[in-house]
Design a protein around this ligand. Sequence first.
Ligand code: HSE
Length: 433
Amino acid sequence: MMLTRPLKVALLGCGVVGSEVARIMTTHGDDHAARIGAPVELAGVAVRRPSKVRAGIPQELITTDATALVKRGDIDVVIEVIGGIEPARTLITTAFEHGASVVSANKALLAEDGATLYAAAERHGRDLYFEAAVAGAIPLIRPLRESSPGNKVNRVLGIVNGTTNFILDRMDSSGAGYTEALDEATALGYAEADPTADVEGFDAAAKAAILAGIAFHTRVRLDDVHREGLTEVTAADMASARRMGCTVKLLAICERAADGRSVTARVHPAMIPLSHPLASVREAYNAVFVESEAAGQLMFYGPGAGGAPTASAVLGDLVAVCRNKLAGATGPGESAYTQLPVSPMGEVVTRYHISLDVADKPGVLAQVATVFAEHGVSIDTVRQQGRQDSSGEASLVVVTHRAPDAALQGTVEALRSLDTVRGVASIMRVEGE
Ligand code: HSE
């Protein structure tokens, strides 16, 4: 049954994503009304630059006073696509106080202070939905929040940053170095003028914190996530990965410990076998692999960024929140009942690929092997190649069995102090086996 009163939506932010949200709300308004059971009306759009021409948005809806907009009292849903911590956090909590539910794409805020937002939503009996905060268009948050609660998730392994996947894909396919691949990503509009958030792994770490919290029903904040970007990945690492039948991806990995008593969350470049489904994720696509007890392995794949794909996730949430509103219900709130602590990176157990420059003389291999043994790190394979020059050096590539990260770091420190080890060319974790 169609209600006559339209549901009113306030849009905070009208950039790449916000303008697409407004456009699709207009062009698909009839569909949305039919799916919701009531028309949805854009009641106000808060922007920083009101003079900018925004096709399809009536000028009278534009305001620079976002606070007044969320305080109006007649707004049913606030869509927040401005990003950052403040003023977004205050605007969202104010929206709840004034009776609105919130749809947000703000990964940084959710990773930094999701608990405050959840608490405000619960206090006021409103919804907080944020599908667009992780992996753009890919339906992932709602499957984890609403389809998996009966299941026990043990691991989430994913490529959640399109810019860095584009860079690594280019390095892999063309042999380009990091800087060259970044320049191409910038020229094509994938990387921003300041690419720090993407290439240093901050964006992926925020997404990992959100995914870990939802998957393991515990609180995980950005500071809990171990983070390494991809700026140190070299063409030589790529070539080495290829020789092992692997490629390099920037992975977000959230795991439940084997004893079930803690979780870890980390973002770093890692080698994964070419046979792993994540290895075939090309260009700026995202994909997330979820491993759980009953369902086994699930993979979610699609565009992880861009105006229209991200807007599609926002609009999916808008329809769900509007339906809840008409039903007088709310969707799921925070689920943090397990209260599992987040362990430090030193306790993560994985495999390593270590590339050393060593003196090419008798006994060096034995010396290096002894250092690994002394730290309890078991070697899987060793490949040595003498240099065809007068340096008297060789490259030694060691791949280990699974070992705690702290043991590996201790091994590398001890290796660096050996006279015969001239340098540690690279250390990379090996995942997905
Ligand atoms: N900058 C992100 C990416 C998209 O490259 O995937 C927004 O999270």
